[in-house]
Design a protein around this ligand. Sequence first.
Ligand code: C5J
Length: 226
Amino acid sequence: MSSTTFQLAARPFAMTLAGAGGTALVVIDMQRDFVEPGGFGASLGNDVSLLHAAIEPIADLLAAWRSRGWPIVHTRECHRPDLSDCPDAKLGRGDPSLRIGESGPMGRLLIAGEPGADIIPALYPQPGEWVIDKPGKGMFWATGLHERLQAAGITHLVFTGVTTEVCVQTSMREANDRGYDSVIVEDATESYFPAYKRAAIEMITAQGAIVGWSTDSATLLRALPG
Ligand code: C5J
């Protein structure tokens, strides 16, 4: 861990995070395809407005990380235009007219380079921030991210983004297995299913932080070293 640390009030108990850039802010899949009408999330029948509450808390955390020059990782769930990185098992789910790669109002669903696969303007990455395109739900699968985080000396991860019980929880579990201490920010993550969000956070923090910790953005902002 970095020689500088800070304490965070969290559930199920307080945790210590690395200061001096050793803790990355991770923003999972805040893409137009999940958050805006006409994208992949809406094509599955979801009410995308349920995700909007996370935008302002994530923007506040981005501003805090940016002002400190600390590392920021944005992810995008998307596939190559030829779908060579999309397994048949993933491609074959759902109504054939709405599948990954089919055309919608924001371009082909979940395809890299299409307008829908990009990050929403309110949270758009700035130069120098990492943008990781991931073909899976988890951010470590087939991305090389673990090696990059290790090379940068990052030991702690703060998780935000959507959706809580799918890509956020999967990424946090992958991080746990790779040795990172992680915290999910409850008001900076959302789900199309509020009950699943609550359940995912309970699963993460149960049994003595078996996957990681949870906190809220106001508590985290107060805890950050000046
Ligand atoms: C989903 C995600 N829900 N980013 N992706 O398919 O959580």
